[in-house]
Design a binder for this molecule. Structure first.
Ligand code: PEP
Ligand code: MG
Length: 599
């Protein structure tokens, strides 16, 4: 009897890599391997230990082979993840613990490995952050491989995928994704994982749409099912009817049309009607984003977040790694400038192996520059990498989370030490490399006049500045209604910082999300900000509105807005002003928002 197939089953997960795509599902079997549990006799112990070592050896051989076979250069960049797995295989604690269990408890290797895994897993589980959870999954990938080798089972051969498919899996190990011929992968769908899982990072850097953390994807999807996935919203529809498929295709058409329209202004100068130029730059986290930032019209990188370099790994990045990445950044942008922000770990992203960062209130803890000053060697390694790369293009250094003058001076002193070491070693670097301070803590904004004498530029980080000024956790949805960029306190602070910077003759940039909203960008222009840095995709719409505005009218607008006190009134006045001054654009933005919200 034919079973009627359910259509239009909608499931929702974490959007991990943007893009809308339709395709047939290819299920990758990666369920947990069940370990047979058998007691063994004393005279079988040595053979069992030998069997275990052989399986570990075989796993090492397989991973090395996968690593060597990666030909695609873009994919090769991610192969360090395989090194992490090889390091886990080399970890004597795991190996010795298993061998000891085989010997002492007289159990088979599978059972012993399961017990070891359980022990380490419990330790990992006790830590609650997303990044350490990813480390836990690395441990699982590696042990699953050893189990399969012990049981003589092969991993199914995903290298053989021949036609364009959407990969559906419970979870994909980096070894899995790196083995696939990614030209045949239209999208990724997984049951588990967040925005920083390996699959998500790889998908983003290769521009493949992905939705992760769907929980039930592998139980609901069968191989060959038609899927439509939206990597922007996190929606996945299983077996969509023609009508639903069509609505997604229509949305994709609209999004592409909007992008094309926006891109028309990308190459034009960011200049107001009355001739005021503003530098529009991009916020990025990976060198791979430079080409698309340029396409969107970025005149440089105003914020290069360096945290990704430190995440999803056991060891710390070496000076050479820092150098190579920053050099690539400097060279690919030249003659434009890239602003490299030194490590901002601790707020919502954590490093492995630093228990000090396991804090109750990390946003106010040993974060960013505080952490770097304490971990001076780690800081110096990064600074050496940046300085050496500065000989290959135009770089600026930006210190995050500066809370006052003393902290800024300490950071600068460490930088001076590194400069002296490099000079002694006759290594080339830009001796005049501009130094900036992020203004994102209220104490820094209040003392901006003092800080301005010590740096070459400011960059206002409104994401944190709003959080700390209004005491609103930026990731807590319960108080998100109070997260108000137009709160008079925020506006006064920004105005004060601009005055302090200009009073000292230094430029002031903004790199928080606030700059990517066209109406807010006009206020920021009116308040005298010199540079804006934002998500690359937001640059065209901001540039378009700036090019239609006059600087003098934005100044008057700011004066008017300062007459109101409650943030909702300021917002209301701003929106009415926008509707009168730019009616067509406001309607267009509204339509764009609708397109982004509806499938
Ligand atoms: C900010 O705080 O505004 C900022 C740009 O930095 P991040 O979002 O990385 O904290
Ligand atoms: Mg910040």
């Amino acid at each position: 009897m034919a079973v009627r197939q359910e259509t239009n089953k909608l499931i929702h997960g974490n959007p991990a890599s943007p893009g809308i795509v339709t395709g047939r599902a290819y299920l990758v079997e990666r369920s947990k391997v069940r370990a047979p549990q058998k007691p063994i006799m004393a005279d079988q112990v040595d053979a069992e230990v030998g069997r275990f070592h052989k399986a570990v050896e075989e796993s090492r051989r397989q991973l090395t082979e996968i690593k060597e076979k990666i030909l695609d250069l873009d994919v090769r960049r991610h192969s360090f993840i395989l090194d992490v797995h090889l390091m886990i295989l080399d970890d004597q604690m795991i190996i010795e613990d298993t061998v000891e269990t085989i010997r002492k408890k007289k159990v088979n290797a599978e059972w012993a490995l399961d017990l070891t895994l359980e022990k380490f897993d419990t330790a990992f589980k006790a830590v609650e952050d997303e990044y350490l959870r990813e480390r836990r999954s690395d441990l699982h990938y590696v042990t699953a491989r050893i189990f399969r080798n012990l049981l003589g089972r092969r991993h199914d051969d995903i290298t053989k995928i021949k036609s364009k498919v959407i990969i559906v899996a419970h979870d994909l190990s980096p070894a899995d994704t790196l083995q696939m011929n990614l030209k045949h992968v239209a999208g990724f769908v997984t049951d588990i994982g967040g925005k920083v899982s390996h699959t998500a990072i790889l998908a983003r850097s290769l521009g493949i749409p992905a939705v992760v953390g769907l929980e039930v994807a592998t139980s609901l999807v069968s191989g060959g099912d038609l899927l439509v996935i939206d990597g922007e919203t996190g929606d996945v529809v299983i077996n969509p009817t023609e009508e639903v498929s069509h609505s997604f295709i229509e949305r994709r058409r609209k999004v592409r049309f909007m992008e094309r329209e926006a891109l028309k202004v990308a190459s034009l100068p960011a200049e107001t009607v009355d001739g005021v130029s503003i530098r529009l730059q991009a916020n990025i986290e990976m060198v791979e984003e430079v080409p698309s930032a340029k396409i969107y019209g970025a005149e440089g990188i105003g914020l290069y977040r360096t945290e990704i370099l430190y995440l999803n790994r056991k060891d710390l990045p070496s000076e050479e790694e820092h150098f190579q990445i920053y050099r690539q950044l400097a060279e690919s942008l030249y003659p434009a400038t890239a602003t490299i922000r030194t490590l901002d770990i601790g707020g919502d992203k954590f490093l492995e192996n630093y228990s000090a960062t396991n804090e109750l209130n990390p946003a106010m803890g040993l974060r960013a520059i505080r952490f770097c000053i304490k971990e001076k060697d780690l800081f110096k390694t990064q600074l050496r990498g940046i300085l050496r790369a500065s000989a290959h293009g135009r770089l600026r250094i930006l210190f995050p989370m500066i809370s006052g003058i003393d902290e800024l001076r300490q950071a600068k002193r460490i930088l001076e030490e590194v400069k002296r070491d490099l000079a002694r070693a006759r290594a080339p670097f830009d001796r005049e490399i501009p130094i900036g301070a992020m203004i994102e803590i209220p104490s820094a904004s209040v003392t901006a006049d003092l800080l301005a004498r010590e740096v070459d530029f400011f960059s206002i980080g409104t994401n944190d500045l709003i959080q700390y000024t209004l005491a609103i956790d930026r990731v807590n949805e319960h108080v998100s209604y109070l997260y108000e960029p137009l709160h008079p306190a925020v506006l006064r602070i920004i105005r004060g910082v601009v005055q302090a910077a200009h009073g000292a003759g230094i430029p002031v940039a903004i790199c928080g999300e606030m700059a990517s909203e066209p109406a807010y960008a006009l206020i920021l222009l009116g308040m005298g900000l010199d540079e804006f840095s934002m998500t690359p995709a937001s640059i065209p719409k901001v540039k378009k509105i700036l090019r239609m505005s006059r600087f003098d009218e934005t100044r008057s607008l700011v004066e008017e807005l300062f007459q109101f006190s409650p943030a909702p009134e300021i917002e209301h006045h701003l929106q009415s002003w926008m509707a009168k001054r730019f009616p067509a654009e406001v309607v267009q933005h509204r339509q764009e928002d609708q397109v982004m919200q509806t499938a």
